[in-house]
Ligand binder design. Structure first.
Ligand code: 5GP
Ligand code: MN
Length: 318
């Protein structure tokens, strides 16, 4: 076991009340990891609070013990464990918890992680934070039961594009094999995650795809989602899940870009790349971050200017 894990485990074992923080716009890796860790620490009879930073997208409501994630107030925290957060802004309204915590354990796999914890278990070679939680639980000799395994499977599957990204290693598959051996209902998990798109979401996809623009000899593809499109299709922003991978999959495309209009002058940008471009670097120019092949940032301008700014930066950094 490496020293960082050992220090983290010592701290966890010595703490009776433990807060586990999620991030804004939580994704499958974040949600799966926080529930898995929460359930595991409850087995040790710890007083665990798994904090809800933002609404949980409906895609993940099928996960066991999803209600363990709740909003909490705290004045004084002995141990705060932050999962899958590249920087402190990802904690959104719960950023202030960082000042209230005596010890912060930061467990993450983003290359752009700012190491804001007292202890930082940050491994950009891990395909998902879920892999690091698996390692932590194994090192603690906590039994990975079916519920924990379901959450970790969802975490790793969603953060690897169903085991397709470059980040996937033989270790990823070994972890997944051992999760399957616990008897999880893999078929149901996959149907819930990937084959349960609503009509509203489908209508949003159609509207969004009709905005497709390509640049740089069709190597960059951009699509938009505006508030008006959400209203017309009766969809929510979380229903954009799946749009960007579809345009990344165009044969000529190296960089795919999705622009999400949260407010008139607040555009959330998602970037994905296929082979060569480091999109984390591009997003860091706009105070964002992420991974080499998947990253995000926010541009405070209208959606058309945001498109020009990000496309210019992508071409500039090609
Ligand atoms: P998405 O495009 O799905 O929102 O995010 C892709 C990846 O980039 C995720 O791993 C996410 O954590 C990271 N990411 C997205 N937006 C931001 C941001 O504003 N700041 C940082 N540091 N990371 C981000
Ligand atoms: Mn992740």
């Amino acid at each position: 076991m490496n020293d960082l894990f050992k220090l983290a485990i010592d701290k966890i074992l010595a703490s009776d009340e433990i807060f586990i923080a999620s991030h804004v716009n939580p994704d499958g890796d974040n949600i799966g990891s926080i529930i898995a860790l929460g359930l595991a620490l409850k087995k040790l009879k710890k007083n665990v609070r798994v904090i809800k930073t933002d609404e949980i997208p409906t895609d993940y409501l099928f996960l066991p013990f999803i209600d363990i994630i709740q909003p909490y107030e705290a004045s004084d925290i002995d141990l705060l464990i932050v999962l899958d957060c590249g920087d402190i802004d990802r904690l959104g309204k719960y950023k202030s918890l960082l000042n209230k915590a005596k010890t912060i354990i930061n467990i993450d796999h983003h290359i752009s992680n700012t190491k804001f914890g007292t202890l930082n278990i940050v491994d950009d070679k891990a395909a998902a934070t879920g892999e690091l939680i698996y390692d932590l639980l194994k090192n603690m000799s906590i039994e990975i039961d079916k519920d924990i395994a379901t959450c970790l499977y969802a975490a790793i599957s969603t953060d690897t594009g169903s085991f397709m990204y470059d980040s996937v290693t033989s270790r990823t598959h070994k972890i997944i094999a051992s999760l399957i051996e616990t008897g999880i209902d893999k078929s149901n998990i996959n149907i819930k995650l990937y084959q349960s798109r609503s009509i509203e979401r489908t209508n949003l996809f159609i509207k969004s795809f009709s905005t497709l623009k390509t640049y740089h000899n069709n190597r960059i593809a951009v699509v938009k989602v505006t508030q008006s499109m959400l209203n017309k299709s009766n969809a929510k922003m979380e229903d954009t899940e799946g749009i960007i991978s579809f345009i990344r999959d165009i044969d000529t495309v190296e960089v795919a870009c999705l622009l999400k209009e949260y407010k008139e002058n607040e555009i959330k940008v998602s970037l994905r790349s296929k082979r060569t471009v480091d999109v984390s670097k591009i997003c860091s120019k706009f105070n964002g971050g992420g991974h080499i092949r998947a990253a995000g940032c926010t541009i405070y301008d209208n959606i058309f200017n945001a498109e020009n700014k990000i496309v210019e930066k992508i071409i500039d950094m090609w």
